[in-house]
Design a protein around this ligand. Structure first.
Ligand code: SF4
Length: 323
């Protein structure tokens, strides 16, 4: 395997609160190959969006990086200065944010958004005609060039999302972080937007991290999936293996709770609720909900280990002797 384009090692993001430190992300490690599509899935509060924001260096207090490394194209992102980070953002790693449709300035034409994005990275002279660049980017995402002259309110939700995708690839980054990019769209538009993202990803050869909780979308789009629970990665596997043969009990429950025609009418969920990050259970944080819990799960944190090529799991069942 070649050198990964992005390497996240033991990333820890904590929050200072009046009730103490909250460990939103606690020791997350994964890597991404050039052009790979990696899904980060989990319930609300599992740490997936916080991980995405850490990758973008967009965490705001009280969140802070407690430890770890994020290496992109051989550089530790966490060691960059503010100015170096600003230059890397968009050009090396770009974000399609959650609720992206609402992130366009309502009083600025689409053209102006592209000027701002590109202008933040290189000098755009007053007289420079960027029309060709903007039209090319809009065409790449399946939008007609005249969209450049429209205001956001003149576009549908799907069109606005495509504008955001076009902006995210304007500087040809090597990694695109897409944080729930279709959450506010209906299923038909959702598929169109994902097909657009898939196409631009292929054209650019960029790696994509897709953050979300829609397992169906993950299955269709991603090459590999990482499952997060209570701030940690509990399983990482190639998409087909994760769905056909999930190893971690949480992943198994997550997949068995997906609806299908055979079990129509019977709702299956995961028993219990995710723990509060302020008061995590000792040992394995999933143990109060786990149907396979062992005695040591209640006191000993399971190691995150590679149990087979490209298959990582954090669970005592794979300690060698229990499972
Ligand atoms: Fe269940 Fe124990 Fe594995 Fe946690 S470590 S998922 S409690 S079996």
């Amino acid at each position: 395997m070649t050198q990964p384009i992005l390497q996240v090692s033991e990333l820890k993001v904590y929050y200072h609160t009046s009730q103490g430190v909250v460990k939103a992300v606690d020791g997350v490690s994964f890597s991404l190959q050039k052009g790979e599509k990696f899904g980060l899935v989990g319930e609300s509060g599992s740490g997936k969006t916080t991980t995405a924001m850490a990758l973008m260096r967009l965490l705001n207090p009280p969140a802070f990086v407690e430890g770890g490394h994020i290496t992109l194209n051989g550089r530790n992102l966490l060691a960059l200065s503010e100015e170096e980070t600003r230059r890397a953002r968009g050009a090396e790693i770009s974000l399609i944010p959650q609720g992206a449709m609402n992130s366009l300035n309502p009083v600025m034409r689409v053209r102006g958004h592209f000027h701002d994005t590109i202008g933040a990275h290189r000098k755009v002279s007053r007289g420079e005609d960027m029309s060709t660049t903007i039209e090319r980017l809009l065409r790449k995402v399946g939008l007609p060039p005249d969209v450049a002259n429209r205001y956001p309110h003149e576009l549908s939700g799907g069109m606005k999302q495509r504008v955001i995708i076009a902006m995210s690839i304007a500087l040809e980054p090597s990694v695109i972080v897409a944080d729930e990019p279709t959450s506010a769209l209906d299923v038909v538009v959702q598929m169109q937007v994902m097909a657009t993202l898939d196409q631009v990803q292929k054209d650019l050869g960029a790696a994509v991290i897709l953050v979300g909780h829609d397992m169906g979308l993950m299955a269709q789009f991603c090459d590999r999936i990482g499952v997060m629970y209570a701030g940690t990665l509990v399983e990482v596997a190639p998409v087909s293996q994760l769905f056909e043969d999930p190893q971690h009990p949480y992943t198994q429950l997550l997949i068995s709770s997906l609806p299908d025609f055979e079990t129509k009418g019977r709702f299956r969920g995961i028993p219990g609720l995710p723990p509060s990050l302020r008061a995590l259970p000792p040992g394995c944080t999933f143990h109060p909900r786990c149907p396979k819990v062992l005695d040591r799960c209640k006191t000993v944190v399971p190691a995150y280990r590679e149990i087979a090529p490209a298959r990582w799991v954090s669970c005592h069942l794979y300690d060698g002797g229990a499972g």
